[in-house]
Design a binder for this molecule. Sequence first.
Ligand SMILES: [Zn+2]
Length: 359
Amino acid sequence: MHTDVLLQVLRGADISKRLNYGHVDLVRLKEGGVDVQFFAIWPNPSLYGDGGMFKQSLRLIDRLNKIIADNPDKISLTRTPSEIEAVVEQGKIAACIGVEGGTAIENSLNKLKILYDRGVRYLGLTWNDSPDWASCAKDESSSEYTGNRGLTDFGKEVIRWMNKNGMIIDVSHSGEHTFWDVIKQSHKPIIASHSCTYKLCSHYRNLKDDQIKAIGKNKGVIFINFYPGYLMNGFNQRYYALRKSSQALMDSMKQVYGDDHLGYRSYRNRFLLENANDFRPDIELIVDHMDYIISLIGDDHVGLGSDFDGISIVPRGIDDVSKMPELTRVMLQRGYSTERIQKILGGNFMRVFREVSIQ
Ligand SMILES: [Zn+2]
C-alpha cells in the first residue's frame, strides 16, 4: 500500500531495471509477485513547504506517469477496482497513486479534486507535519505543539468530499484527535496505509487497541509497516546511536560521492544494514503485528503496507520487495488458511476499494 520509490526516481534511479540498492523497482515487484502497488506521492515539506507542496505533488505524479509511458508492457495506471483487475489479468503491474500529507492540497478542495482527477485514490491526511486542518501524531505527542488538535471544520469538509467522491482516507501519521474525528465523520471504510500496533511497539506512529477496534467496526484495514523502529521497542535507540557514531564516516562519504545522492545513500544503507544486523528484528515480527490485529478484530482488517524505500532499514528475511513470498511462507508456517492469506495479500484492500470507489 505504500512505497516511496519515487524518491529514488527523483534521485536519478531508473526503476525499469533491476537495481542493486533500495527496495523497489519494476523487476523486483514482479519477482515478488506484487501485482498492485500504491506509489506514495510525498512532497517534502522542508523543500516545498513554502507554497510548493501541490506543484511538487503534480511533478511526482508526472514522474510516475513517465515511468508508465516508458514501460507500457510492464505497468499501467489504475484508478478503479475493475481497472486493477483488467491490468493484473494482462500480467502487468497495476500502479495506484496515494498522496502522503494533507499539506499537499494547500487548504483547497479544488486542488484535492485535481489530484483525484490525476488518479490519486488515497490521501494520508497528515505526514509528520500537520496541515492547518488536521493534527499529526508527531505534533500531538509533542509538548511544544500549540496548533489545533483533531479536524477543523474544513478538515471535516475534506472527509465529506473524500467519502462523496471515492477517495480513501488514510490515517497513518494522523494524531489520535484527528483519528477519532475521522471515525466520527467518515461513513466509508478508512485505511492506515503503513502502520503497526502500539501494543507491540509503543511508538506514537502506531495504533492503540481502541483505534484498532474502531477500524474493525468501520470495516477498514491496517497495512503493516516494515520499519523495525515501528515493529519493536528499543530498536530506534540502538539504531540512532549507530547513526550518530557513524556520522563522521557518513560526512566523509558524502564528500566522496558529491552530488551522487544515490551512490551515497546506497553506501549508507548498506553500512547501516551490516552494522544493525545483530539487533534488527526478524521477518516474524511483521506477522506478530498481523497476529495481534487478527486477535482483536479478525482477519478482514490486515494487509501489507511495507513503506519500502521510505525506510532506511528492514527486518531480516525481507531485504526488498522481491522477498514478499517469504511473508507468505511465515503465514503458512503459522497455520494461516489460504482464505486468510488471500485477504492479507490484497483481498482486504480490494473490498475497501470497492466500497469506497464511486466508479
Ligand atoms: Zn509515512
